[in-house]
Structure formats: structure tokens, C-alpha cells
Design a protein around this ligand. Structure first.
Ligand SMILES: NC(=O)C1=CN([C@@H]2O[C@H](COP(=O)(O)OP(=O)(O)OC[C@H]3O[C@@H](n4cnc5c(N)ncnc54)[C@H](OP(=O)(O)O)[C@@H]3O)[C@@H](O)[C@H]2O)C=CC1
Ligand SMILES: O=C(CO)[C@H](O)[C@H](O)COP(=O)(O)O
Length: 478
């Protein structure tokens, strides 16, 4: 009798194929299927000896080859393909089978699919997966959302497939509905901010100080030894060090147009819906949009040429100042991202455990970093409610970095180098630490043109001034 597979993987492009190999290497029987069978053949021909694979050329055979209740990871392009695949699967499934969408789906789509499949007595898990091609194979960070009992069925498999840090799997139950994909979306938003901050530091070293890529690589490699230690800082050094077949740094020949698949934009859109000042991530999304206007940028540069920047090698103190600016801005980006998780949890009725989320982001995923241990500690100590900036470790780090942060933003502004993520993070910090800001005037203006009313510091209630009439003030509510 043929042994049934423990899990199925449908969609065998880079992520699906590597997740299937990961599961097989961990000893699970893995059923595999791809719409175009060539990918299935390639996987089996190249890696079939790595474990117990059951390849199929039809969905019916694929489903039939998995032990019930069947856990099936679908790893296809986000959007309509996910709905198409779900519809193709449904006629072949039995009550209690579990479809696990491991792609980067929009969380509202996952909410919809969760309820749709629940009505059909099928179970649905929206599972964020981070780590790219290598992580999928070696151990990603996984963020599964759905019912707790559906998660219990897949837990022994996914916790074994996930990256492990200090003996703990980088996978935990996130919550119901689309919460797993929401958390992955915010992860990606933070990834956008992290990368934007790195490129701003690179731009300063290159454009203001005239450093070549290998010298900048050395700086990032050095930073990776300290508190900035992270996967993205590590690979920045590797990318900057790479030379092409002409012997020149590859990075100097890469087109300066950032692409995006949507998760950063969704994070910013969600922040607007939830009313969260998610400035660092949103600026990172806008910076990608501006970078994509390459032809327009060339034309505008011709009309508004830059003056020459007097380039000179940076002193050790100037390098440290950029490091401080990057670190403080990073703290702000994470504080904003974690606030978004907190507010979403309240808004959508999800019990997101921020300590556990920071724990599973410590390994496997793109934003893995030493820094996440600090966030985990803040939540573990029970003092993690509210803004992360107020936690002692982060507050001390920002206070220590503040003078350098201002200097670096000032230098960039003076030299005409855009640093939107450094600057907006600093503006957020400055805005947040002012008990009294200038919105009193704004309220006055709103009341003037639209009778929108305002509150007063000296008495309770809401008021309107008859600005263009007799100038008198009326109380509009208590
Ligand atoms: N690449 C990465 O680093 C990461 C990707 N992700 C997410 O994981 C998912 C998979 O990513 P990736 O591996 O890069 O692959 P792609 O996003 O490039 O998707 C390709 C896969 O989708 C399948 N597909 C597309 N349309 C359909 C359809 N209508 N019906 C059935 N199958 C379809 C393709 O099948 P066929 O071969 O037949 O065309 C192929 O298997 C995506 O949601 C992505 O956003 C998540 C983390 C990291
Ligand atoms: O999910 C990921 C990592 O966590 C992907 O790499 C992500 O799709 C990259 O996003 P973009 O193409 O928008 O930069």
C-alpha cells in the first residue's frame, strides 16, 4: 500500500519548491503539484532523493495522496490565483481538510477566504512566510492565522520546518482570520523601512563623502558586529562588495528604480485606515515610487542641477553619526510597526501577542536582527504596552543618538540629498515628544472655514467662533 503524504504543497516556484524540500528534509512525506507539470518534474528530478515526495499531475491525484485531515500549503502568486486554486481544490477535499495559503496575500482577502471556507466546513490558515528562497529551504519565519484547532493539526510540521533560535521555532499561532497575513504585511512594511534607511546611509557615504562601494561595504560589515547586527545589514555589505565581470562594483551598474509587489503599500494603506502615523514605512513606499520615475528624474535634474558637493572622506565620528541616525530611525520604524499591530488587534478583535511576534522574527525572516531580542525583552518584562520608544532600552538609545541624528539630517538637507526615512523618523520623534504642538491653529482654521468646532484648554466642551460675523464664541456641546 502506498504511504500517504503528511502534507501537500501546491505551487512549486522558488518558495513552494523550497518549502516542499524543507518539509521532506525534515522527514515528512510531501505531496507536490504545480499547474504546469514541468516544475514538478524539475523538483523531483533534481531533489527527489532528498526525501519522501509524491508528485502528481492532477489536482485529484495530488489531494488523494495526502493523509486526512489534509494540510495543503498553496504557494502561488497572491490575488486571483489563490481564489482559483481554492476553487479547484474544493471539489476534491473532505470536511476538516486544511488549506494553508503561504503566499503574500492581502489580509482582507484572507478574512474573506477564511469565512468562505469555514462555511464549507473546510479549514483555512493564512500563513505569512518570510525568508525568501533560502529561508524557505533552510527554515523561514512563519506567521499562521486561522483557528487554533486547525493550527494544532499543522503545528508539529510547521514548527519543525521553521527556523530555530535558542531552541525556539520561529513559528507561533498568531490569531484568527487574516491576522497571520496582517502580521506578515507589517513585517514587510518594516522590511521596506529597514532597506530605505540602509540606502539613505549608503547615499550619504557615496554622494556626500565620495566613498566607493567596497569602502561602504566595510562600514556596513563593521556595523553588523554591533547593535545593528541583522540579515539586511549583512547582505548590504555582500551586495556592495560584489564585482561584475568588468571588475567594477555590480551595484554601480544596477538601475536605480525600486520595484514593489504591494505589501509595503498595503501596510501604509492599513495605517491610514487605522489612523496610525506610520511615517517611516510610508516614506519608504513613497521613496520607491519616486525612484521608479527615472526618466522624469533625469529631466528634472537637468532643470535643477545639483551644485558640486565637496567630497572628503568621513571621520570616524561622522561614520558613527550616520550609524546613530540609522539606529534611531530604525527604532522609530519598529515602534510604529508594533503600534500598528497593537491597534489592529483592538480594531479587528485579534489577540496578537507582540512578544511572540518579536520572538518569531528573530530568525528565518528578512528582518531578523539582534535588535528583535530587545523588543522581545520589552514585551517579556510585561512593560511592553504602549509605544516602544518609551521602553528604557530604546529611550536610552534614541537619547544617545539624538544629536547625531539631527546633524546627519541637517547635513543631508544642506547637501540636497533626500533622506525621507531618516527625516520623517526624526519628525515623528519630535512630534511625539511635544506635549503641545501647533494643531491648535489648525483647529482654528477648520472652525473658521467649516464650523468644525474646537476644544479649549481652559473649559470643557466644544466651541465655535462666528469668525466672519460678530466674532462671538458659542458652546456647541458639553
Ligand atoms: N519570492 C519570495 O522571496 C517570497 C515570496 N512570497 C510569496 O509566496 C508566493 C509564491 O512566491 P514565488 O515562489 O516567488 O512564486 P510567484 O509569486 O512567482 O508565483 C508563481 C507560482 O504561482 C503559480 N500560479 C500562478 N497563477 C496560478 C494560477 N492561476 N493557478 C495555479 N497556479 C498559479 C505558478 O504556477 P505555474 O508554474 O504553473 O505558472 C507558480 O507555481 C507569493 O505569494 C509571494 O508573494 C513570500 C515570501 C518570500
Ligand atoms: O515577502 C517577502 C520577504 O519577506 C518578499 O521578498 C517580498 O515580496 C518582497 O517585496 P517587494 O517585492 O515589494 O520588495
Amino acid at each position: 500500500m502506498v504511504e500517504l503524504a503528511d502534507i501537500g504543497v501546491l505551487g512549486l516556484a522558488v518558495m513552494g519548491a523550497n518549502l516542499a524540500r524543507n518539509a521532506a528534509r525534515k522527514g515528512f512525506g510531501v505531496a507536490v503539484y504545480n499547474r504546469h507539470g514541468g516544475r514538478t518534474d524539475d523538483l523531483i528530478n533534481e531533489f527527489g532523493s532528498e526525501g519522501r515526495f509524491t508528485p502528481s499531475k492532477t489536482i485529484a491525484d495530488f489531494v488523494a495522496s495526502i493523509a486526512r485531515p489534509r494540510p495543503i500549503i498553496i504557494m502561488v502568486k497572491a490575488g486571483k490565483p489563490v481564489d482559483d486554486v481554492i476553487e479547484e481544490l474544493i471539489p476534491h477535499l473532505d470536511e476538516g481538510d486544511i488549506i494553508i495559503d503561504g503566499g503574500n496575500s492581502l489580509f482582507t482577502d484572507t478574512n474573506r477566504r477564511f469565512h468562505y471556507l469555514t462555511e464549507k466546513k473546510l479549514r483555512f490558515i493564512g500563513m505569512g512566510v518570510s525568508g525568501g528562497e533560502e529561508g524557505a529551504l533552510e527554515g523561514p519565519s512563519m506567521m499562521p492565522g486561522g483557528t487554533r484547532e486547525a493550527y494544532a493539526r499543522i503545528e508539529p510540521i510547521v514548527t519543525k520546518m521553521a527556523a530555530q533560535v535558542d531552541g525556539e521555532p520561529c513559528c507561533t499561532y498568531i490569531g484568527t482570520e487574516g491576522s497571520g497575513h496582517f502580521v506578515k504585511m507589517v513585517h514587510n512594511g518594516i522590511e521596506y523601512a529597514d532597506m530605505q534607511l540602509i540606502t539613505e546611509a549608503y547615499d550619504l557615504f557615496k554622494t556626500v563623502y565620495g566613498l566607493e562601494a567596497p569602502a561602504i561595504a566595510d562600514i556596513f560589515a563593521d556595523w553588523n558586529e554591533g547593535e545593528l547586527n541583522s540579515y539586511l545589514i549583512e547582505i548590504t555589505a555582500a551586495v556592495l562588495r560584489k564585482v561584475d565581470d568588468t571588475g567594477k562594483p555590480l551595484v554601480d551598474s544596477i538601475v536605480d528604480e525600486a520595484e514593489q509587489k504591494g505589501t509595503g503599500r498595503w501596510t501604509a494603506q492599513s495605517a491610514l485606515d487605522l489612523g496610525i502615523p506610520l511615517t517611516s514605512i510610508t516614506e519608504a513606499v513613497f521613496a520607491r515610487a519616486l525612484s521608479a520615475r527615472r526618466t522624469e528624474r533625469a529631466a528634472v535634474e537637468a532643470r535643477f542641477p545639483h551644485g558640486d558637493v565637496a567630497k572628503r572622506a568621513p571621520s570616524a565620528a561622522e561614520i558613527d553619526a550616520i550609524k546613530d541616525a540609522l539606529y534611531a530611525s530604525k527604532i522609530v520604524a519598529y515602534a510604529q510597526g508594533f503600534e500598528q499591530l497593537q491597534v489592529a488587534a483592538q480594531q479587528y478583535g485579534w489577540e496578537l501577542k507582540l512578544g511572540e511576534i518579536s520572538t518569531i522574527w528573530r530568525g528565518g525572516c528578512i528582518i531578523r536582527a539582534r535588535f528583535l531580542n530587545r523588543i522581545r525583552e520589552a514585551y517579556a518584562s510585561g512593560t511592553g504596552g504602549g509605544n516602544l520608544l518609551l521602553q528604557d532600552y530604546f529611550a536610552d538609545a534614541v537619547i544617545k543618538a539624538e544629536a547625531s541624528w539631527r546633524k546627519v539630517v541637517g547635513l543631508a538637507v544642506a547637501e540636497g540629498i533626500p533622506v525621507p526615512a531618516f527625516a520623517s523618523s526624526l519628525a515623528y520623534y519630535d512630534g511625539l515628544r511635544r506635549a503641545r504642538g501647533p494643531a491648535n491653529l489648525l483647529q482654528g482654521l477648520r472652525d473658521y472655514f467649516g464650523a468644525h468646532t474646537y476644544g479649549r484648554l481652559d473649559k470643557p466642551g466644544k466651541f465655535h467662533t462666528r469668525w466672519s460675523q460678530d466674532g462671538s464664541e458659542v458652546k456647541t456641546s458639553d
